[in-house]
Design a protein around this ligand. Structure first.
Ligand code: C2E
Ligand code: MG
Ligand code: MG
Length: 709
């Protein structure tokens, strides 16, 4: 509604038509009212805004027609104040259109035409600002929303005016860094100065990449210094706004504190790649590093490196004697000393137990390996103070320099390990360089030995089972468990090759323990599945007999598997038995007390003291296959077999013939009185699945026989 602002006197002399045309052509709303507020003139713009034709509203009071009922009174008062000369210069009205729609009109100019000093007509000039208002409203809403989001968001927000190079940072942004609003200024450097120097180049590159249009948005993880001095990990995201020419003029985004996630990630990485006890690299990380070193030296042979394989010499004694706690302390302290004697770029790793590996990279001379080894020996001369104990230890170190011959990490580690092993064999507390020029055969043995030492933990051993049959009726009595080594490269290795090696190194003791347990577990499974009282014979080595806690192990296996003790037979060679007859007697009696059977293996080839045999609690003699295989030749062999059988029977022992390969041999040993037999004629040592197939077949045949019978 028009109010009275500046007074303009209209020229009564103007041509009416021209006047009318101008008024109608105006984009502004022009309305003329009389003193009572009745509409005298209503231009085209008014018609459009209101939806009424001039003719429809002519003579009617403007607020009655056009203003919403609730606001009519206010409109009238405004009009009257205007007549009295008290109008505000501009004010707004809400018009209700003919079709019910609403328009927002702002009156910016008004004129009072007076006659004889009294206002006659009031001319108002206004504009329909409905659309503009709506946009403003939307804008305000969105601004409010933005402000609200900014205040409520957990993320900090930033807005960078690239033209003025001012950076607006939200209070939350600053708060995340422990700073108050006033503590950080408006320069981008206030941000960048707080970024970790290692991360800054990446941050700048990410921003530049996005500003240049190379990336659809900016996203980068970086560290910033918190007010308290510590580093926090942040995820910064941003998006540039560009002008019509594509030039960015503004960039804004968020900052999220991801420190917790990062420390979680770091913990996972630590767990995956670091040894939990010492914090050194673990095997995974070490292998990765060696792999890289190998790759680099393949590309450039001048980039040589050296691997040192270390093993503490008396660790087991310390660990068993002073307890695992002290053992762990020793490992940690040793790890610290090792780390101190190499460069930061070198890798010190713990493979497990007391085995450590050092990777020296970029060495100018492979003799560096020996120099570091010498340093390690020197720093072990100082005692370790552990829990009030003063402990001395030494290390055996094997050194393997890089060489183009290495195709993989495993070979390299194995050679270093072999060299370490040699250092141990040569008297410990020393180092040995792996010697690729060693004679081929010695090298093979050395490598095999090295592999053998890891075969148990790598689960490369398995058992095959050779049937033992009753010679009276050919029925199955049970099996002999025979160990097999599935070497990753060589395939099956014969026990004739590795058992002597294991005897020599003492590795046979843990292997033997595993064999007893495994054979018993397997037998229990077959007992359960096939319901037959089958027996199991297990070979026991001399070392196991002399050193290991054989009786306790057997007892534990029986307890665990709950197989009847009489189903388990231990095979011991006569020479083992006779080496320390008194000790053997004690052990055999203890085994007998458990209820297990005892057989003398390979009988006839050892140095036998037949006169002693009766003192031992023996159930059966296994005649060595060399005698069986000569059957058909020299008749004296048959005599020997007959003598053994007679001797055994006199001593109330049974006889098993080993290595029966032909029907003739079978005939003869049966005729000579052996009760049981074993050999290729019946079956070779079989894998578990083959044994089971055989047992299933036998069960089917038995059923058929019952049905037919
Ligand atoms: P052994 O205890 O005298 O086992 C019998 C060996 O004779 C087995 O050789 C078996 O495969 C083989 N054999 C069986 N029947 C015949 C045949 O008809 N002809 C021929 N030519 N050979 C036959 P294998 O499996 O190579 O084992 C060799 C030796 O290794 C075993 O002799 C035993 O002394 C030792 N051994 C095997 N497994 C173990 C084990 O778990 N612990 C220990 N300590 N020694 C084991
Ligand atoms: Mg045997
Ligand atoms: Mg034998």
């Amino acid at each position: 509604m028009p109010g009275a602002g500046d007074l303009v006197v209209a020229a009564p002399t103007l041509e009416r038509d021209v006047n009318a045309a101008i008024v109608d052509a105006s984009a502004s709303l022009i309305v003329v009212l009389d003193r009572a507020g009745r509409i005298v003139r209503f231009n085209r713009a008014c018609e459009e805004a209101s939806g009424y034709a001039f003719a429809e509203v002519r003579g009617r009071v403007l607020w009655d027609v056009l203003i919403a009922p609730t606001e009519q009174e206010a409109a009238r008062e405004t009009f009257e104040r205007g007549l009295a000369g008290e109008f505000a210069r501009a004010h707004e009205d809400d018009w209700v259109r003919r079709d019910g729609g609403r328009r927002r009109i702002v009156w910016s100019n008004a004129a009072v035409l007076d006659a004889a000093g009294l206002p006659e007509l009031i001319v108002g000039c206004g504009n329909d600002i409905t659309e503009r208002r709506q946009i403003e409203l939307k804008l305000r809403e969105s601004e409010e929303r933005y402000a609200l989001a900014m205040r409520g968001a957990n993320d900090g927000l930033w807005d960078w005016d690239l033209k003025s190079d001012r950076l607006y940072l939200s209070a939350r942004w600053k708060g995340m860094l422990g700073c108050g609003d006033a503590e950080i200024g408006e320069s981008p450097d206030d941000w960048f100065a707080r970024v970790h120097e290692e991360d800054l180049p990446r941050v700048r590159a990410a921003i530049a990449a996005h500003l240049s249009g190379a990336t659809p948005h900016m996203e980068i993880e970086h560290r910033v210094r918190h007010r308290g001095g510590e580093w926090r990990w942040m995820l910064a995201r941003g998006l540039a706004i560009r002008d019509a020419a594509g030039t960015p003029y503004r960039m804004a985004g968020s900052l999220t504190d991801i420190t917790d996630r990062k420390s979680g990630e770091a913990r996972l990485v630590r767990e995956a790649l670091l040894d939990s006890l010492t914090g050194l690299a673990n095997r995974t990380l070490l292998c990765e590093r060696i792999e890289h070193a190998l790759e680099r030296s393949r590309r450039d042979e001048a980039l040589r490196f050296v691997v040192l394989f270390l093993d503490l010499d008396r660790f087991k004694i310390i660990n068993d004697g002073l307890g695992h706690g002290v053992g762990d302390q020793l490992l940690c302290e040793f790890a610290r000393r090792l780390t101190a004697c190499v460069r930061p770029a070198d890798t010190v790793a713990r493979l497990g137990g007391d085995e450590f590996v050092i990777l020296l990279e970029a060495v100018s001379d492979v003799a560096d390996g020996a120099r570091v080894a010498t340093r390690i020996h020197a720093l072990l001369r100082k005692p370790f103070e552990l829990d009030g104990h003063e402990v001395f230890t030494t290390a055996s170190i094997g050194i393997a320099p890089s060489s183009p011959k290495y195709r993989n990490v495993r070979d390299l580690l194995r050679d270093a390990d072999s060299a370490m092993y040699r250092a141990k064999a040569l008297g410990k507390s020393r180092h040995e360089m792996f010697d690729g020029a060693m004679n081929e055969q010695a090298l093979e043995v050395l490598k095999l030995e090295t592999d053998l030492r890891h075969a148990i933990e790598r689960k490369e051993f398995l058992l095959h089972y050779q049937p033992i049959v009753s010679l009276a009726d050919g029925s199955l009595r049970g099996f002999e468990a025979l160990v097999r080594w599935r070497h990753p490269d060589r395939g099956m290795v014969s026990p004739a090759v590795f058992i002597p090696m294991m005897e020599e190194t003492g590795l046979i003791v843990p292997l033997g323990t595993w064999v007893i347990g495994e054979a018993c577990r397997q037998l229990r499974a077959w007992h359960g599945r096939f319901g037959r009282p089958l027996g199991m014979s297990v070979n026991v080595s001399g070392k196991q007999f002399a050193k290991g806690d054989l009786v306790a192990e057997v007892e534990a296996a029986l307890r665990e598997t709950e197989i009847p003790a009489r189903c388990l037979t231990l095979e011991i060679t006569e020479s083992v038995m006779m080496v320390n007859a008194e000790e053997s007697l004690r052990i055999l009696c203890a085994l007998r007390a458990l209820g297990t059977g005892i057989s003398v293996d390979d009988f006839g080839v050892g140095y036998s003291s037949l006169s002693q045999l009766h003192r031992f609690p023996i159930d059966a003699l296994k005649i060595d296959r060399s005698f069986i295989q000569r059957i058909g030749g020299d008749e004296r062999d048959a005599e020997i077999i007959r003598t053994i059988v007679t001797l055994a029977h006199n001593l109330k022992m049974g006889v098993t013939a080993e290595g029966i390969e032909t029907p003739l041999q079978l005939e003869r040993v049966r005729a000579l009185g052996a009760e049981a037999g074993q050999g290729y004629l019946f079956a070779k040592p079989l894998a578990v699945a083959d044994v089971e197939a055989m047992l299933v077949r036998e069960a089917d045949n038995a059923q058929t026989a019952r049905l037919v019978g």
